[in-house]
Design a protein around this ligand. Sequence first.
Ligand SMILES: *Cc1c(COP(=O)(O)O)cnc(C)c1O
Length: 379
Amino acid sequence: MQDIVDFIQKTFNTKEFIPLHEPRFIGNEKKYLNDCIDSTFVSSVGTYVDKFEKIFAQKTGSKYAIATVNGTSALHVSLILSDVIRGDEVITQPLTFIATCNAIDYIGARPVFVDVDLDTMGLSPFALKDFLEKNCEIVENQCINKTTDKVIRACVPMHTFGHPCKIDEIRNICNAWNITLVEDAAESLGSYYKNQHTGTFGKLGTFSFNGNKIITSGGGGVIVTDDEKLAQRAKHITTTAKVPHKWEYTHDEIGYNYRMPNLNAALLVAQLEQVENFLEDKRELASEYKKFFDPNKEIDFVQEPENAKSNYWLQSVIVKDIIKRNKFLEYTNRNGVMTRPIWKLMNELKMFKDCQSTSLNNAKYLEERVVNITSSVRL
Ligand SMILES: *Cc1c(COP(=O)(O)O)cnc(C)c1O
């Protein structure tokens, strides 16, 4: 395993500790932040939020983008706008970051876990269709889960580590079953499926700009949609549902203080200017990793799936032997190269243990074998 540590140290040109993924601030970050501070508009009003929303919508090919305080709040609001209510069920994958399931739970809904595909690590359209056909029926235009008598209102697939799942097939299945599609695209800025940006297939899509994501605003998120009414509603309820007026405080429903501060947006606008360079470097890194791991019969480097262009946000390998996987983690971390296992499956956490799930063989296989390897932009 020393060869792996040597290779990563050479690739990152250092013998010092190498983090899994660190942000890069090599553009206009300080300039825009200074400008933002000088303007005194550092909080909930300011030009950088508007600027960001405009550029981001263009970049993803969405009609509207609504900045939020983080990716979790973007998901929470998207589910509210999908009419998910207390007691509903929302289909998602067990292999995801906890935020996906937390957002579902905030509403008082429960996740239903459907298996992932091995090639995408994202929700499997085959497993989804199979689950719906075996367990559900449409009654008065709603998808009813016959085993629980609950309404399945929405489906939230996730593009794991920036590798697009088979989102067009998932969309077709959701349409046929009157289930609203919300994409958790938190990890997939710059990833495309059949030349269309991830996050734009569903009614709503969400992204995150947390410190470990491909670009960061410190903390931040965004909702994208092509639906003007939903966009207006998203803006409204993320800004305390205040009715516009010169001085009066009237709020016409329960709203949230989920707006991204201008200070964070200033950082984000600068980051967004550099994202194409970041993406290019990540693809380059991926091809170097691929070449390195190719002769290794015990470790597979995870590549972009068919019909997809991945952003290669977090690069990962599958260590086929479980015991060797644990040795891999131990050895690399002991030698200053940070690596991490993929998440524990959501259905194994105590909060979601009693949720319904399909057989999760693929998710389990990946949970036991996937390791994220050092993935920072090297510019
Ligand atoms: C990062 C992430 C989120 C949102 O995270 P925040 O920290 O709230 O911005 C949601 N889902 C997934 C899959 C993520 O990786």
